[in-house]
Design a binder for this molecule. Sequence first.
Ligand SMILES: [Zn+2]
Length: 497
Amino acid sequence: MPRDDIVNLAARRSLFYPSAEIYPNSPSGFWDFGPDGETIRRKIIEFWRNELVEKEGFVEIYGAQILPEAVFKASGHLESFNDPITQCAKCNSLHRADKLIEEKTKENVPESLPTKDLDKLIEKNQITCPKCRGRLGEVRKFNMMMGLDIGATGQQRCYLRPETCQTIFLNFNRIYKTMRQNLPIGIAQAGCSFRNEIAPRNTLLRERELGQMEIEVFFDPQKIDEVPDFDYVSDYLLNLWLLDEKKLVKVSCSDAVKKKIVSGKTVAYYLARVQQLYANYGIGIDKMRFRQLDKDEKAFYAAETWDFEVETDLGWIELIACNYRTDYDLKRHSKVSNTELSVSEDGRKFFPHVFEISAGIDRTMYVLLDHTFRKEKRGAEERIFLALNPRIAPYLAGVFPLVKKDGLLELAKNLTAEIRNYYLDAFMDEKGSIGKRYARADEIGIPYAITIDYQTKEDNTVTLRERDTMEQKRIPLESLPETLWKMKHGKLKFSSL
Ligand SMILES: [Zn+2]
Protein backbone atom coordinates (compact mmCIF):
# COMPACT_ATOMS: atom_id res chain seq x y z
CA MET A 1 0.00 0.00 0.00
CA PRO A 2 1.15 3.55 -0.52
CA ARG A 3 3.26 4.96 2.28
CA ASP A 4 0.66 7.67 2.99
CA ASP A 5 -2.02 5.06 3.70
CA ILE A 6 0.23 3.40 6.28
CA VAL A 7 1.09 6.72 7.90
CA ASN A 8 -2.58 7.77 8.00
CA LEU A 9 -3.74 4.47 9.44
CA ALA A 10 -0.93 4.49 12.01
CA ALA A 11 -1.86 8.01 13.12
CA ARG A 12 -5.65 7.41 13.09
CA ARG A 13 -5.41 4.27 15.21
CA SER A 14 -2.27 5.21 17.15
CA LEU A 15 -0.37 2.18 15.89
CA PHE A 16 2.86 4.19 16.02
CA TYR A 17 3.70 7.90 16.27
CA PRO A 18 6.75 10.09 16.89
CA SER A 19 8.16 9.79 20.38
CA ALA A 20 7.78 12.86 22.64
CA GLU A 21 5.54 14.36 19.96
CA ILE A 22 4.15 17.08 22.27
CA TYR A 23 7.63 18.64 22.33
CA PRO A 24 8.35 20.33 19.03
CA ASN A 25 12.10 19.83 18.83
CA SER A 26 12.25 16.13 19.65
CA PRO A 27 14.73 14.32 17.41
CA SER A 28 13.26 12.29 14.58
CA GLY A 29 13.75 8.56 14.13
CA PHE A 30 12.26 7.56 17.50
CA TRP A 31 8.80 5.96 17.57
CA ASP A 32 6.29 5.01 20.22
CA PHE A 33 3.80 2.21 19.64
CA GLY A 34 0.22 2.52 20.89
CA PRO A 35 -1.78 -0.44 22.27
CA ASP A 36 -2.74 -2.07 18.95
CA GLY A 37 0.62 -1.29 17.35
CA GLU A 38 2.55 -2.64 20.32
CA THR A 39 0.47 -5.82 20.19
CA ILE A 40 1.19 -6.33 16.49
CA ARG A 41 4.89 -5.70 17.13
CA ARG A 42 4.98 -8.10 20.08
CA LYS A 43 3.19 -10.78 18.05
CA ILE A 44 5.72 -10.40 15.22
CA ILE A 45 8.45 -11.22 17.74
CA GLU A 46 6.41 -14.06 19.24
CA PHE A 47 5.84 -15.54 15.77
CA TRP A 48 9.60 -15.45 15.05
CA ARG A 49 10.22 -17.06 18.46
CA ASN A 50 7.68 -19.85 17.86
CA GLU A 51 8.40 -20.53 14.20
CA LEU A 52 12.16 -20.18 14.09
CA VAL A 53 13.86 -19.97 17.50
CA GLU A 54 11.85 -22.73 19.21
CA LYS A 55 11.39 -25.02 16.21
CA GLU A 56 15.14 -24.95 15.55
CA GLY A 57 15.95 -25.61 19.21
CA PHE A 58 17.81 -22.31 19.62
CA VAL A 59 18.16 -20.58 22.97
CA GLU A 60 17.25 -16.97 23.65
CA ILE A 61 18.97 -14.41 25.82
CA TYR A 62 18.39 -10.82 26.86
CA GLY A 63 21.42 -8.56 27.07
CA ALA A 64 22.11 -5.04 28.30
CA GLN A 65 21.83 -2.23 25.77
CA ILE A 66 24.84 -0.25 26.94
CA LEU A 67 28.26 -1.77 26.42
CA PRO A 68 31.78 -0.53 27.21
CA GLU A 69 33.97 1.01 24.55
CA ALA A 70 36.33 -1.99 24.53
CA VAL A 71 33.58 -4.14 22.98
CA PHE A 72 33.38 -1.86 19.97
CA LYS A 73 37.12 -1.55 19.64
CA ALA A 74 37.18 -5.32 19.33
CA SER A 75 34.15 -5.58 17.03
CA GLY A 76 35.49 -2.92 14.66
CA HIS A 77 32.52 -0.59 15.09
CA LEU A 78 34.57 2.32 16.45
CA GLU A 79 36.60 2.29 13.29
CA SER A 80 34.14 1.13 10.67
CA PHE A 81 30.55 1.83 11.67
CA ASN A 82 30.47 4.99 9.59
CA ASP A 83 28.22 6.70 7.11
CA PRO A 84 29.63 9.02 4.48
CA ILE A 85 28.19 12.50 4.98
CA THR A 86 28.42 15.78 3.16
CA GLN A 87 27.44 19.24 4.36
CA CYS A 88 25.85 21.93 2.22
CA ALA A 89 28.13 24.99 2.05
CA LYS A 90 25.11 27.30 1.79
CA CYS A 91 22.44 26.05 4.23
CA ASN A 92 24.68 23.79 6.37
CA SER A 93 22.29 20.82 6.19
CA LEU A 94 23.85 17.36 6.39
CA HIS A 95 23.20 14.59 3.88
CA ARG A 96 24.15 10.97 3.35
CA ALA A 97 26.48 11.20 0.36
CA ASP A 98 25.86 7.65 -0.86
CA LYS A 99 22.07 8.06 -0.72
CA LEU A 100 22.16 11.34 -2.67
CA ILE A 101 24.22 9.68 -5.39
CA GLU A 102 21.91 6.65 -5.45
CA GLU A 103 18.86 8.86 -5.80
CA LYS A 104 20.41 10.70 -8.73
CA THR A 105 22.00 7.77 -10.57
CA LYS A 106 19.48 5.05 -9.54
CA GLU A 107 22.47 2.79 -8.98
CA ASN A 108 23.75 1.09 -5.84
CA VAL A 109 26.62 2.88 -4.13
CA PRO A 110 28.72 0.48 -2.03
CA GLU A 111 28.96 1.52 1.63
CA SER A 112 32.69 0.94 1.66
CA LEU A 113 33.51 3.29 -1.22
CA PRO A 114 36.32 5.70 -0.21
CA THR A 115 35.26 9.30 0.43
CA LYS A 116 37.44 10.53 -2.45
CA ASP A 117 35.43 8.38 -4.88
CA LEU A 118 32.18 9.73 -3.48
CA ASP A 119 33.48 13.29 -4.01
CA LYS A 120 34.16 12.40 -7.64
CA LEU A 121 30.68 10.91 -8.12
CA ILE A 122 29.06 14.04 -6.66
CA GLU A 123 31.04 16.21 -9.04
CA LYS A 124 30.51 13.98 -12.06
CA ASN A 125 26.73 13.79 -11.54
CA GLN A 126 26.49 17.48 -10.62
CA ILE A 127 24.71 16.72 -7.37
CA THR A 128 23.77 19.69 -5.21
CA CYS A 129 22.02 20.16 -1.88
CA PRO A 130 18.46 18.77 -2.17
CA LYS A 131 17.21 21.54 0.11
CA CYS A 132 18.70 24.67 -1.44
CA ARG A 133 20.71 23.53 -4.48
CA GLY A 134 23.85 24.78 -2.72
CA ARG A 135 27.31 23.33 -3.27
CA LEU A 136 28.11 20.19 -1.27
CA GLY A 137 31.25 20.02 0.85
CA GLU A 138 33.85 17.26 0.97
CA VAL A 139 32.52 13.87 2.02
CA ARG A 140 33.64 12.68 5.44
CA LYS A 141 32.95 9.65 7.61
CA PHE A 142 30.52 9.98 10.48
CA ASN A 143 30.40 7.31 13.20
CA MET A 144 26.81 6.30 13.84
CA MET A 145 27.19 4.96 17.36
CA MET A 146 25.59 6.87 20.23
CA GLY A 147 28.05 7.28 23.04
CA LEU A 148 27.50 8.11 26.70
CA ASP A 149 29.59 8.35 29.84
CA ILE A 150 28.70 6.13 32.75
CA GLY A 151 29.15 6.78 36.46
CA ALA A 152 29.41 9.95 38.54
CA THR A 153 32.94 10.66 37.39
CA GLY A 154 31.81 10.25 33.80
CA GLN A 155 35.01 8.49 33.00
CA GLN A 156 33.70 5.24 31.66
CA ARG A 157 33.04 5.64 27.99
CA CYS A 158 30.22 3.41 26.76
CA TYR A 159 27.95 3.11 23.74
CA LEU A 160 24.38 2.15 23.09
CA ARG A 161 24.74 -1.02 21.07
CA PRO A 162 24.40 -0.44 17.31
CA GLU A 163 23.36 -4.09 16.82
CA THR A 164 22.09 -6.67 19.28
CA CYS A 165 24.48 -9.41 18.19
CA GLN A 166 27.61 -8.24 20.04
CA THR A 167 25.99 -9.34 23.31
CA ILE A 168 25.51 -12.80 21.81
CA PHE A 169 29.21 -13.05 20.94
CA LEU A 170 30.16 -11.87 24.44
CA ASN A 171 27.80 -14.46 25.94
CA PHE A 172 28.76 -17.35 23.69
CA ASN A 173 31.38 -19.00 25.88
CA ARG A 174 29.25 -18.95 29.03
CA ILE A 175 26.21 -20.33 27.23
CA TYR A 176 28.22 -22.97 25.41
CA LYS A 177 29.39 -24.25 28.79
CA THR A 178 26.10 -24.01 30.71
CA MET A 179 23.90 -25.47 27.95
CA ARG A 180 26.17 -28.54 27.75
CA GLN A 181 25.47 -28.89 24.03
CA ASN A 182 27.86 -29.54 21.22
CA LEU A 183 27.92 -27.29 18.17
CA PRO A 184 25.89 -26.16 16.36
CA ILE A 185 24.25 -23.82 18.87
CA GLY A 186 21.88 -21.05 17.91
CA ILE A 187 21.58 -18.08 20.26
CA ALA A 188 18.77 -15.60 19.67
CA GLN A 189 17.93 -12.19 21.02
CA ALA A 190 15.16 -9.68 20.41
CA GLY A 191 15.79 -6.13 21.52
CA CYS A 192 16.73 -2.62 20.56
CA SER A 193 19.75 -1.14 18.83
CA PHE A 194 20.68 2.48 18.32
CA ARG A 195 22.11 4.25 15.31
CA ASN A 196 22.64 7.95 14.92
CA GLU A 197 21.16 8.09 11.43
CA ILE A 198 21.78 11.34 9.55
CA ALA A 199 18.40 11.33 7.92
CA PRO A 200 15.79 9.07 9.55
CA ARG A 201 12.95 8.60 7.09
CA ASN A 202 9.99 6.51 6.02
CA THR A 203 8.81 6.04 9.61
CA LEU A 204 9.80 2.55 10.75
CA LEU A 205 12.18 1.91 7.85
CA ARG A 206 15.08 4.09 8.95
CA GLU A 207 15.00 4.68 12.70
CA ARG A 208 17.54 5.76 15.28
CA GLU A 209 16.18 3.29 17.83
CA LEU A 210 15.40 0.08 15.99
CA GLY A 211 14.03 -3.28 17.00
CA GLN A 212 16.08 -6.29 15.99
CA MET A 213 15.50 -10.00 16.32
CA GLU A 214 18.80 -11.69 15.73
CA ILE A 215 20.03 -15.25 15.66
CA GLU A 216 23.67 -16.29 15.62
CA VAL A 217 24.24 -19.93 14.73
CA PHE A 218 27.64 -21.13 15.97
CA PHE A 219 28.94 -24.14 14.07
CA ASP A 220 32.06 -26.18 13.37
CA PRO A 221 33.39 -24.91 10.00
CA GLN A 222 34.48 -28.44 9.07
CA LYS A 223 30.86 -29.53 9.49
CA ILE A 224 29.19 -26.76 7.50
CA ASP A 225 27.57 -29.49 5.37
CA GLU A 226 26.33 -31.55 8.30
CA VAL A 227 22.74 -30.41 8.75
CA PRO A 228 20.50 -33.22 10.09
CA ASP A 229 17.25 -31.62 8.85
CA PHE A 230 18.57 -30.66 5.42
CA ASP A 231 16.34 -33.26 3.71
CA TYR A 232 13.28 -31.22 4.70
CA VAL A 233 14.47 -28.30 2.57
CA SER A 234 16.63 -29.92 -0.13
CA ASP A 235 13.93 -29.47 -2.82
CA TYR A 236 12.66 -26.18 -1.42
CA LEU A 237 13.11 -23.34 -3.91
CA LEU A 238 14.96 -20.24 -2.75
CA ASN A 239 14.36 -16.91 -4.49
CA LEU A 240 17.92 -15.82 -5.14
CA TRP A 241 18.90 -12.62 -6.88
CA LEU A 242 22.33 -13.55 -8.17
CA LEU A 243 25.16 -11.12 -8.81
CA ASP A 244 26.39 -13.02 -11.88
CA GLU A 245 23.03 -13.19 -13.57
CA LYS A 246 21.72 -9.84 -12.27
CA LYS A 247 18.31 -11.39 -11.88
CA LEU A 248 16.12 -13.51 -9.67
CA VAL A 249 16.37 -17.26 -10.09
CA LYS A 250 14.61 -20.01 -8.21
CA VAL A 251 17.18 -22.48 -6.96
CA SER A 252 16.56 -25.54 -4.79
CA CYS A 253 18.59 -25.70 -1.59
CA SER A 254 20.44 -28.79 -2.81
CA ASP A 255 21.36 -27.08 -6.11
CA ALA A 256 22.49 -23.95 -4.27
CA VAL A 257 24.94 -26.16 -2.36
CA LYS A 258 25.99 -28.28 -5.38
CA LYS A 259 26.60 -25.26 -7.61
CA LYS A 260 28.47 -23.55 -4.76
CA ILE A 261 26.15 -20.55 -4.84
CA VAL A 262 26.28 -20.72 -1.02
CA SER A 263 29.16 -21.73 1.25
CA GLY A 264 27.45 -24.91 2.40
CA LYS A 265 24.31 -26.68 3.58
CA THR A 266 24.16 -24.65 6.80
CA VAL A 267 23.69 -21.46 4.77
CA ALA A 268 21.12 -22.93 2.35
CA TYR A 269 19.14 -24.47 5.20
CA TYR A 270 18.75 -21.22 7.12
CA LEU A 271 17.96 -19.20 4.01
CA ALA A 272 15.11 -21.65 3.44
CA ARG A 273 13.90 -21.30 7.02
CA VAL A 274 13.92 -17.49 6.68
CA GLN A 275 11.93 -17.59 3.45
CA GLN A 276 9.42 -19.99 5.03
CA LEU A 277 9.10 -17.77 8.09
CA TYR A 278 8.17 -14.74 6.02
CA ALA A 279 5.81 -16.75 3.82
CA ASN A 280 4.10 -17.83 7.06
CA TYR A 281 3.89 -14.23 8.25
CA GLY A 282 1.80 -13.66 5.12
CA ILE A 283 4.21 -12.25 2.50
CA GLY A 284 3.72 -13.65 -1.02
CA ILE A 285 6.66 -15.76 -2.24
CA ASP A 286 6.85 -13.76 -5.48
CA LYS A 287 7.40 -10.56 -3.45
CA MET A 288 10.56 -11.73 -1.69
CA ARG A 289 14.16 -12.40 -2.63
CA PHE A 290 17.62 -12.90 -1.21
CA ARG A 291 19.93 -10.39 -2.86
CA GLN A 292 23.52 -11.53 -3.09
CA LEU A 293 25.87 -8.76 -1.99
CA ASP A 294 29.20 -8.23 -3.71
CA LYS A 295 32.37 -7.59 -1.79
CA ASP A 296 32.04 -3.79 -1.82
CA GLU A 297 28.56 -3.93 -0.36
CA LYS A 298 29.09 -6.52 2.33
CA ALA A 299 29.98 -5.67 5.91
CA PHE A 300 33.73 -5.94 6.45
CA TYR A 301 33.42 -9.09 8.59
CA ALA A 302 31.20 -11.09 6.25
CA ALA A 303 32.38 -13.87 3.93
CA GLU A 304 28.94 -14.17 2.35
CA THR A 305 25.88 -11.96 2.69
CA TRP A 306 22.32 -12.33 1.46
CA ASP A 307 19.97 -9.45 2.08
CA PHE A 308 16.43 -10.74 2.43
CA GLU A 309 14.26 -8.15 0.72
CA VAL A 310 10.53 -7.69 0.22
CA GLU A 311 8.98 -5.63 -2.54
CA THR A 312 6.74 -2.80 -1.36
CA ASP A 313 5.26 0.38 -2.64
CA LEU A 314 8.61 2.04 -1.86
CA GLY A 315 10.62 -0.57 -3.78
CA TRP A 316 12.61 -3.50 -2.38
CA ILE A 317 13.10 -3.13 1.37
CA GLU A 318 15.81 -5.00 3.23
CA LEU A 319 14.34 -6.84 6.21
CA ILE A 320 17.09 -9.26 7.14
CA ALA A 321 20.84 -9.46 6.71
CA CYS A 322 21.96 -13.08 6.46
CA ASN A 323 25.69 -12.95 7.12
CA TYR A 324 28.26 -15.68 7.17
CA ARG A 325 30.51 -13.92 9.72
CA THR A 326 33.11 -16.74 9.89
CA ASP A 327 35.08 -16.66 13.17
CA TYR A 328 35.70 -12.92 12.98
CA ASP A 329 33.76 -11.88 16.11
CA LEU A 330 34.83 -14.59 18.54
CA LYS A 331 38.43 -14.26 17.43
CA ARG A 332 38.47 -10.50 17.89
CA HIS A 333 36.75 -10.56 21.30
CA SER A 334 39.03 -13.37 22.39
CA LYS A 335 42.09 -11.37 21.43
CA VAL A 336 41.06 -7.96 22.76
CA SER A 337 39.58 -9.24 26.05
CA ASN A 338 42.37 -11.79 26.46
CA THR A 339 39.78 -14.49 27.17
CA GLU A 340 39.73 -17.96 25.67
CA LEU A 341 36.65 -18.15 23.44
CA SER A 342 37.59 -21.12 21.27
CA VAL A 343 36.06 -24.55 21.83
CA SER A 344 37.42 -28.08 21.83
CA GLU A 345 35.43 -30.70 19.95
CA ASP A 346 36.47 -33.83 18.05
CA GLY A 347 39.99 -33.46 19.41
CA ARG A 348 40.32 -30.08 17.72
CA LYS A 349 40.54 -26.63 19.27
CA PHE A 350 38.96 -23.96 17.08
CA PHE A 351 36.80 -20.83 16.94
CA PRO A 352 33.24 -21.67 15.90
CA HIS A 353 32.01 -20.00 12.72
CA VAL A 354 28.85 -17.93 12.79
CA PHE A 355 25.89 -17.67 10.47
CA GLU A 356 23.78 -14.67 11.36
CA ILE A 357 20.09 -14.00 10.71
CA SER A 358 19.60 -10.36 11.66
CA ALA A 359 15.99 -9.26 11.17
CA GLY A 360 14.40 -5.85 11.68
CA ILE A 361 11.28 -5.98 13.86
CA ASP A 362 9.89 -2.57 12.93
CA ARG A 363 10.71 -3.03 9.26
CA THR A 364 8.88 -6.35 9.34
CA MET A 365 5.90 -4.56 10.85
CA TYR A 366 5.95 -1.85 8.18
CA VAL A 367 6.17 -4.43 5.38
CA LEU A 368 3.34 -6.52 6.85
CA LEU A 369 1.14 -3.41 6.96
CA ASP A 370 2.14 -2.63 3.37
CA HIS A 371 1.30 -6.13 2.18
CA THR A 372 -1.97 -6.61 4.05
CA PHE A 373 -3.58 -3.21 3.52
CA ARG A 374 -6.74 -3.52 1.41
CA LYS A 375 -9.02 -0.82 0.08
CA GLU A 376 -12.30 -2.00 -1.48
CA LYS A 377 -15.01 -0.01 -3.18
CA ARG A 378 -18.50 -1.12 -2.19
CA GLY A 379 -20.91 1.15 -4.03
CA ALA A 380 -20.37 4.60 -2.63
CA GLU A 381 -18.63 3.20 0.44
CA GLU A 382 -14.99 2.42 0.77
CA ARG A 383 -13.87 -0.41 2.99
CA ILE A 384 -10.37 -0.57 4.49
CA PHE A 385 -9.02 -3.67 6.14
CA LEU A 386 -5.74 -5.33 7.05
CA ALA A 387 -5.57 -8.94 5.90
CA LEU A 388 -3.22 -9.79 8.79
CA ASN A 389 -2.35 -13.33 9.78
CA PRO A 390 -4.65 -14.13 12.78
CA ARG A 391 -1.54 -14.74 14.88
CA ILE A 392 -0.26 -11.21 14.14
CA ALA A 393 -3.58 -9.31 14.39
CA PRO A 394 -3.89 -7.21 17.57
CA TYR A 395 -6.96 -9.22 18.59
CA LEU A 396 -8.34 -12.48 17.27
CA ALA A 397 -11.99 -11.47 17.77
CA GLY A 398 -14.25 -8.56 18.59
CA VAL A 399 -17.47 -9.25 20.51
CA PHE A 400 -20.35 -6.93 19.65
CA PRO A 401 -23.69 -6.93 21.52
CA LEU A 402 -26.36 -5.63 19.13
CA VAL A 403 -27.77 -3.45 21.93
CA LYS A 404 -26.77 -2.93 25.55
CA LYS A 405 -30.15 -3.79 27.03
CA ASP A 406 -32.19 -6.98 27.52
CA GLY A 407 -29.20 -8.94 28.81
CA LEU A 408 -27.21 -8.82 25.55
CA LEU A 409 -24.37 -6.83 27.15
CA GLU A 410 -23.99 -9.46 29.89
CA LEU A 411 -23.94 -12.26 27.31
CA ALA A 412 -21.21 -10.40 25.41
CA LYS A 413 -19.17 -9.86 28.58
CA ASN A 414 -19.39 -13.54 29.49
CA LEU A 415 -18.38 -14.63 26.00
CA THR A 416 -15.39 -12.23 25.95
CA ALA A 417 -14.24 -13.65 29.30
CA GLU A 418 -14.71 -17.22 28.06
CA ILE A 419 -12.61 -16.56 24.92
CA ARG A 420 -9.88 -15.03 27.11
CA ASN A 421 -9.93 -18.18 29.26
CA TYR A 422 -8.64 -19.97 26.17
CA TYR A 423 -5.72 -17.49 26.06
CA LEU A 424 -7.08 -15.90 22.92
CA ASP A 425 -7.32 -12.12 22.60
CA ALA A 426 -10.80 -10.68 22.43
CA PHE A 427 -12.22 -7.25 23.02
CA MET A 428 -15.77 -6.05 23.44
CA ASP A 429 -17.20 -3.03 21.69
CA GLU A 430 -20.76 -1.92 22.44
CA LYS A 431 -20.63 1.59 20.97
CA GLY A 432 -22.04 2.75 17.63
CA SER A 433 -23.77 0.88 14.84
CA ILE A 434 -22.74 -2.70 14.09
CA GLY A 435 -21.47 -1.55 10.68
CA LYS A 436 -19.18 1.02 12.29
CA ARG A 437 -17.91 -1.52 14.78
CA TYR A 438 -17.09 -3.93 11.95
CA ALA A 439 -15.28 -1.14 10.11
CA ARG A 440 -13.17 -0.23 13.13
CA ALA A 441 -12.22 -3.86 13.68
CA ASP A 442 -11.44 -4.44 9.98
CA GLU A 443 -9.14 -1.45 9.85
CA ILE A 444 -6.71 -2.91 12.38
CA GLY A 445 -7.00 -6.43 11.01
CA ILE A 446 -9.26 -8.24 13.53
CA PRO A 447 -9.98 -11.53 11.71
CA TYR A 448 -13.33 -12.35 13.37
CA ALA A 449 -16.28 -10.39 14.67
CA ILE A 450 -18.99 -11.95 16.83
CA THR A 451 -22.41 -10.39 17.14
CA ILE A 452 -24.73 -11.18 20.02
CA ASP A 453 -28.38 -10.50 19.13
CA TYR A 454 -31.87 -11.44 20.28
CA GLN A 455 -31.64 -14.82 18.59
CA THR A 456 -28.68 -15.59 20.87
CA LYS A 457 -31.05 -15.52 23.83
CA GLU A 458 -33.41 -17.95 22.10
CA ASP A 459 -31.07 -20.58 20.66
CA ASN A 460 -27.57 -19.85 22.05
CA THR A 461 -26.06 -19.06 18.67
CA VAL A 462 -24.09 -16.01 17.55
CA THR A 463 -23.16 -14.47 14.21
CA LEU A 464 -19.52 -15.04 13.32
CA ARG A 465 -18.18 -12.77 10.59
CA GLU A 466 -14.95 -13.28 8.73
CA ARG A 467 -12.94 -10.12 8.00
CA ASP A 468 -11.66 -10.83 4.49
CA THR A 469 -14.86 -12.19 2.91
CA MET A 470 -17.34 -10.40 5.22
CA GLU A 471 -19.27 -13.67 5.18
CA GLN A 472 -21.38 -14.42 8.22
CA LYS A 473 -22.36 -17.73 9.83
CA ARG A 474 -24.49 -18.76 12.77
CA ILE A 475 -22.38 -20.65 15.32
CA PRO A 476 -23.31 -22.26 18.67
CA LEU A 477 -22.06 -20.10 21.50
CA GLU A 478 -20.46 -22.96 23.40
CA SER A 479 -18.22 -24.13 20.54
CA LEU A 480 -16.97 -20.64 19.76
CA PRO A 481 -13.70 -20.46 21.76
CA GLU A 482 -12.53 -23.79 20.40
CA THR A 483 -13.53 -22.84 16.85
CA LEU A 484 -11.57 -19.57 17.16
CA TRP A 485 -8.52 -21.39 18.50
CA LYS A 486 -8.54 -23.84 15.59
CA MET A 487 -8.94 -21.07 13.01
CA LYS A 488 -6.14 -19.04 14.57
CA HIS A 489 -3.77 -21.97 14.26
CA GLY A 490 -4.84 -22.93 10.74
CA LYS A 491 -6.48 -26.19 11.84
CA LEU A 492 -9.95 -25.16 10.66
CA LYS A 493 -11.17 -22.95 7.83
CA PHE A 494 -14.06 -20.51 8.14
CA SER A 495 -15.36 -21.82 4.80
CA SER A 496 -15.75 -25.31 6.24
CA LEU A 497 -17.79 -24.21 9.26
ZN1 LIG B 1 21.64 23.47 1.22
